[in-house]
Design a protein around this ligand. Structure first.
Ligand SMILES: [Zn+2]
Length: 303
């Protein structure tokens, strides 16, 4: 009896040591950040209920924007192929693994270059595309990735609407199709969250702007609080009449530092200044995040 008792005591002693070692090891791994991925495997930074975040991701000379709400995420464009690792790292850091909608505004490489990587990394429910197609390698790679993902493909039709919880998406352009310059085929998307609104114009130029003006002039559908300035701030876009119709208080220009195109053009910056628009540039600031509480849009301080 006494022998048995002694043995059991010894066994517990050994167990205590093993448990202590495991706890110490886990504590060390946690303190070194090795367990972050494990602990935060699914959406670690879910946006606050009642808020929407509008991210303009720095992908150099290209466009990539993300909308986050507690009910789901929307991506508008995926930047260049060269920046796809940066884009995926951004989504990873945000904990975004699912997209309710991915909008690829038009088939140019600086908008769809990272599309295949996004479709591989994220679970994508719906993809919104313009009617315009292309025969380029990057376009085919995107279409193959869409097929492999099994995402639902939606061809943009003006005034079609989609919702993600309280976020409402409305297609405003292109009004026509198969333009001489593919930039005008860009899907133009309006996002409404409560009383705040953001307009994403892709690379739509003056031709598309004029058609949207004619179609929406009387119903105020272009009137938004924040404008993603068309075509990286090129003077092919952002006509004064269009800017007046949108009448944004805020704007974001998505372009690369020291880019070869001279984007944004000074004439566009002057035009924004003359209309008292506060604008932020991704080439100078990196990624820009603006948060809506349903009423007011506020720029988040850089991390
Ligand atoms: Zn572009």
């Amino acid at each position: 009896m006494a022998y048995k008792k002694k043995r059991r005591k010894k066994k517990y002693g050994l167990l205590t040591v093993i448990v202590a070692i495991i706890v110490a090891l886990l504590g060390f791994l946690y303190s070194q950040g090795y367990l972050d991925g494990l602990l935060n495997a699914e959406d670690p930074v879910v946006p606050v209920e009642g808020q929407a975040e509008f991210h303009f991701i720095d992908v150099g000379q290209g466009d990539a924007a993300l909308i986050r709400t507690a009910d789901g995420n929307v991506l508008i464009d995926a930047g260049t192929n060269a920046a796809e690792d940066d884009l995926i790292a951004y989504l990873k850091a945000e904990g975004v693994t699912k997209l309710a909608y991915a909008v690829f505004t038009h088939p140019h490489e600086d908008h769809i270059g990272g599309a295949d990587a996004v479709l591989e990394y994220c679970q994508v429910e719906n993809v919104i595309l313009p009617e315009k197609t292309a025969t380029t390698v990057v376009y085919n790679r995107m279409m193959d990735a869409i097929e492999a993902e099994g995402a639902n493909v939606i061809i943009a039709v003006p005034e079609a609407t989609y919702t993600v919880g309280d976020l409402k998406l409305t297609i405003l352009g292109p009004v026509g199709s198969d333009y001489k310059d593919m930039n005008n085929d860009s899907v133009v998307l309006r996002a409404d969250f409560g009383e705040s609104s953001v307009l994403y114009t892709g690379d739509a130029e003056d031709v598309s702007e004029a058609e949207m003006l004619a179609r929406y002039r009387l119903n105020g559908k272009l009137d938004c609080d924040l404008l993603k300035v068309g075509h990286h701030g090129s003077d092919s876009s952002s006509t004064e009449a269009f800017l007046r119709a949108v009448s944004p208080e805020l704007a974001v220009i998505s372009c690369g530092e020291g880019n070869d195109y001279g984007h944004p053009k000074q004439v566009i910056l002057d035009r924004l200044d003359a209309l008292n628009v506060t604008y932020w540039r991704t080439d100078l600031l990196g990624s820009v995040v603006v948060v809506s509480d349903g009423t007011t849009l506020t720029k988040k301080a850089a991390a």
